[in-house]
Ligand binder design. Structure first.
Ligand SMILES: Nc1ncnc2c1ncn2[C@@H]1O[C@H](COP(=O)(O)OP(=O)(O)OP(=O)(O)O)[C@@H](O)[C@H]1O
Ligand SMILES: [Mg+2]
Length: 284
């Protein structure tokens, strides 16, 4: 695969062909994955990554084969939350072997590729203005490579943890053949609902159905009702996850809160949401 630098330098040679070849590899790789679900929200910091990690843990502890792709290239957190940070990536045969969490979740993240904690992801371009113009294309290429070059093997469920901002969903929906749907995350605050309402509109326009809305950090603020937001958008409310500082602490340690504190109200809520998602997916 040519890198952006090569493309910008000489105008490119058969770039479309190379992208198509990569896309074909992606299709054959993902043919062994039964369901792909993207976790999204227009709003940052509402708990997309935490929910992704917890859903992965719920499905894995129920015996499902689960993978997580951290599609947040600039703010990757999944390697930390799933406890695989710092693991060496092994290149084997036709791709990279993803690290596996304690519960058996396969994880791929930009975090596993960057050399140090402080190193941001930088796109290589002649000028920063050029890098900015090409950012969307380069991000799409990076995600395509991540999906195609990771040895996911056979999976019942692949969860995609998206960065904040609903525009990213269109990119991912364009890349992933047969995206089963999206889970939209909100918190009980007016500003979050303002943004998430737009996310629901964009998600509804994507090629994949909105499987449901999740209210996270319930009880933290006396905010608007997520049930009304879901009803207005015509999507199911999959559940509400209470705010629990222990959940955040477990995520920081890379431990699965749902198995660590199975009786906590937040863990019960997360398991119920996983069950509702499974039902929405037709018992994945
Ligand atoms: N229900 C909860 N109770 C307590 N803390 C939570 C809960 N959900 C998430 N958190 C914490 O809130 C912070 C933000 O969560 P998280 O990183 O999952 O959000 P995000 O939507 O993925 O953010 P970003 O938009 O930056 O990707 C984290 O420290 C996380 O551990
Ligand atoms: Mg996140």
């Amino acid at each position: 695969m040519k890198r952006y630098r090569d493309i910008a330098g000489d105008g490119g040679s058969n770039i479309a062909g190379q992208v198509e070849a990569q896309q074909a590899r992606l299709r054959s790789r993902l043919a062994a994955v039964k369901r792909i679900v993207a976790v999204v929200s227009g709003k940052g910091g509402v708990g997309k990554s935490s929910l992704t990690a917890s859903l992965a843990a719920c499905f894995a502890s129920d015996g499902r084969r689960v993978g997580v792709l951290d599609a947040d290239l600039n703010g990757p957190t999944m390697a930390t939350m799933l406890g695989v940070r710092g693991r060496q990536l092994v290149v084997a045969g036709d791709g990279v072997e993803p690290p596996v969490s304690a519960l058996g979740v396969k994880v791929m993240s930009m975090d596993l590729l960057l050399p140090s904690d402080a190193a941001p992801l930088e796109w290589d371009a002649a000028t920063q203005a050029e890098a900015h113009t090409w950012r969307g294309t380069m991000e799409a290429n990076a995600l395509r490579e991540f999906l195609a070059d990771t040895r996911w093997g056979e999976l019942d469920l692949l969860l995609l943890d998206l960065p904040p901002g609903t525009d990213r969903l269109a990119t991912v929906a364009g890349l992933v053949p047969g995206l089963a749907g999206t889970v939209v995350v909100t918190i009980p605050s007016d500003v979050a609902h303002l943004v998430v309402r737009k996310s629901l509109t964009v998600a509804a326009q994507a090629k994949a159905p909105v499987l449901g809305l999740v209210e996270n950090m319930s009880g933290l603020f006396p905010g608007p009702d997520a049930a009304a937001l879901a009803r207005d958008a015509g999507v199911p409310l999959l559940g509400r996850v209470p705010f629990d500082p222990e959940l955040a602490a477990a995520a920081d340690r890379g431990e699965a809160f749902v198995t660590l504190r199975p009786d906590a109200p937040a863990a019960r809520a997360l398991r119920a949401i996983a069950a509702a998602l499974r039902a929405a997916l037709g018992d994945a």
